[in-house]
Unconditional design. Structure first.
Length: 540
């Protein structure tokens, strides 16, 4: 995680740089180059658990331009105003799917292995080939054999080598829900909201910083901080060429200073709702109502996490941020008193087969709508900030991932993914893109196969995966999308295409496997990426 000392060091050395600048032959050229440098690119991930009602989530059009009208009848309705800035990668499969017959992945506890493999694309250890032996301790204590995407990216992009990983509701990741791994078998717990905001306060001009650093973080131009030095230098006898260079350097300092300092300040945090009082209120709200407790008239505790994430992006605190929502949550504020995991099974328990819980689908749709509104809030904030002649959203990729497709089928094909922002023009936006077969009528799944009548007369059955998507469909490997995201932000690879610190090539490979069947028996198959590269159809 980047710290404010970098900015202080920069400012302290500035005066000397100003004195030397007019006598460097390339000053004017550097001023022109600086104006051409693109803004930083950021990745902000929102991760939710247990999938969704896929039949209501996806627009009918799986491939083609998106309009607000396409989203109106779907879960994504809160994002309709941003249809031209959305990208829906369709037909994607995540790795290591649990099945009752060991057909498409390992046989450990279903949520544990899927969560551990989701961003790592690695099998878990120790392996189990007994999908129903849930009393075996190792079923719940597995760990992936490699690091997750957020850490692989942060190793190259973040000054501290780690991502900003925020646990919404400050819930500690359990072994069954952990998604962030700094290395093989090393779980990363990230930061609480208060810890992340405390790290940001150094960038906002509070704490033991120098007067110059404080002034810059409050929006004062760097050229103002060294104006006396520059004025003294300007009075010196110098050639017209040197004087032109001095003016070019002053212009460069002014533009650079305002880009670094003006946006990232306490006033900006207040406008975004990322204030100490709101952070404290969110941290204290606690209890099972945390996500729906009101902190202000318009914000709840979940929103504050997004606000801090956007402020961190605005301040270039970290280009890789993850907002992870808690599992096993009871949405009492939505009028729901059943654990979200049990409810995803259409039951009031964690079993795979039983009489339907009355109103289960209606309650799941409420939760889906809640998450869609939380993602829309994140997108609203990113699109509210000017950054040059575009918005912060335009220079970012904000991606809503869900840990599976349908919560009863536990299937990983036809994965619900929503991206907002083009990451500086790297991605196509305003489109739904079927990366599997390019058809415009890809299945939306079968989430309403059971329990659609809202009574207990039907029986939900997760073993046969009838609520999922036909396993022959929508199997494009998620590894390729991860390559897109890495290349968009500038991660580099070695000659073999795998991410490598100090590499110079584009990333074309990630993880151990990109075919879910290879995960069966847990790492016994040779490491193989069958389909290297990124999804070119997603690129602008």
């Amino acid at each position: 995680m980047a710290q404010h000392v970098t900015r202080r060091t920069f400012l302290r050395g500035l005066g000397g740089a100003c004195v030397a600048a007019p006598f460097l032959n390339s000053v004017a050229e550097r001023a022109v180059q600086a104006q051409a440098l693109p803004p930083a690119r950021r990745l902000i991930v929102m991760y939710t658990n247990y999938g969704c009602i896929t039949t209501r989530f996806f627009p009918k059009k799986s491939h083609g331009p998106l309009s607000a009208a396409d989203l109106q009848a779907t879960t994504l309705k809160p994002l309709a105003a941003y249809a031209n800035k959305l990208l829906l990668p369709r037909g994607v499969r995540a790795m290591n799917e649990w099945t009752a017959t060991l057909a498409r992945g390992q046989g450990n506890e279903m949520h544990t292995q899927m969560a551990s493999s989701f961003f790592t694309c690695q099998p878990v250890s120790p392996n189990s080939d007994e999908p129903f032996s849930f009393n075996t301790p190792s079923q719940f204590a597995v760990q992936p054999l490699g690091p997750s995407l957020d850490h692989v990216m942060a190793q190259q992009l973040s000054s501290g080598g780690t991502p900003l990983y925020l646990r919404v509701a400050n819930a500690t990741d359990s072994s069954t829900s952990a998604i962030s791994w700094s290395a093989a078998k090393v779980r990363y717990n990230g930061s609480t909201l208060k810890q992340a905001f405390a790290a940001l306060t150094g960038l906002l001009g509070t704490g033991p910083v120098s007067p110059d650093a404080y002034a810059a973080s409050r929006g004062k131009s760097i050229v103002d901080l060294v104006r006396n030095d520059l004025n003294t230098l300007a009075r010196a006898d110098m050639s017209r060429a040197d004087r032109n260079k001095l003016e070019a350097w002053k212009q460069l300092l002014d533009e650079t200073g305002r880009a670094v300092g003006a946006a990232c300040n306490a006033d900006g945090g207040t406008l975004l709702g990322a204030t100490q009082s709101n952070v404290d209120a969110a941290a204290l709200s606690g209890g099972t109502d945390l996500l729906t407790n009101k902190i202000t008239d318009s914000l709840d505790a979940a929103d504050i996490h997004a606000n801090v994430a956007v402020l961190a992006a605005l301040c270039n605190m970290n280009p890789v941020t993850v907002l992870k929502y808690p599992p096993n949550f009871v949405f009492k504020g939505l009028g729901i008193d059943t654990d979200s995991h049990n409810l995803s099974h259409r039951l009031n328990n964690a079993g795979l087969s039983d009489k339907c819980l009355p109103g289960a689908l209606e309650m799941l749709l409420k939760i889906d709508d809640y998450y869609a509104r939380k993602f829309a809030h994140l997108v609203d904030l990113l699109d509210s900030v000017d950054e040059g002649d575009q918005k912060l959203l335009d220079h970012s990729a904000a991606v809503w991932f869900q840990g599976q497709s349908d919560g009863l089928a536990h299937n990983l094909n036809n994965l619900p993914i929503v991206q907002a922002g083009s990451a500086g023009g790297y991605f196509k936006t305003g489109w739904s893109v079927n990366v599997d077969d390019g058809s415009a009528n890809l299945s939306t799944g079968n989430s309403e196969f059971f329990c659609a009548d809202g009574t207990a007369t039907d029986t939900a059955n997760g073993v046969n995966q009838a609520t999922g998507t036909d396993p022959s469909l929508a199997n494009a490997p998620i590894n390729k999308y991860y390559c897109n995201l890495m290349n968009a932000l500038g991660v580099k690879a070695g000659p073999d295409g795998f991410p490598l610190v100090g590499g110079t090539a584009e990333v074309s490979r990630f993880g151990m496997y990109d075919k879910t069947e290879d995960f069966i028996h847990g790492g016994s198959n040779p490491p193989t990426i069958h389909d290297p590269g990124e999804f070119t159809a997603l690129k602008a």
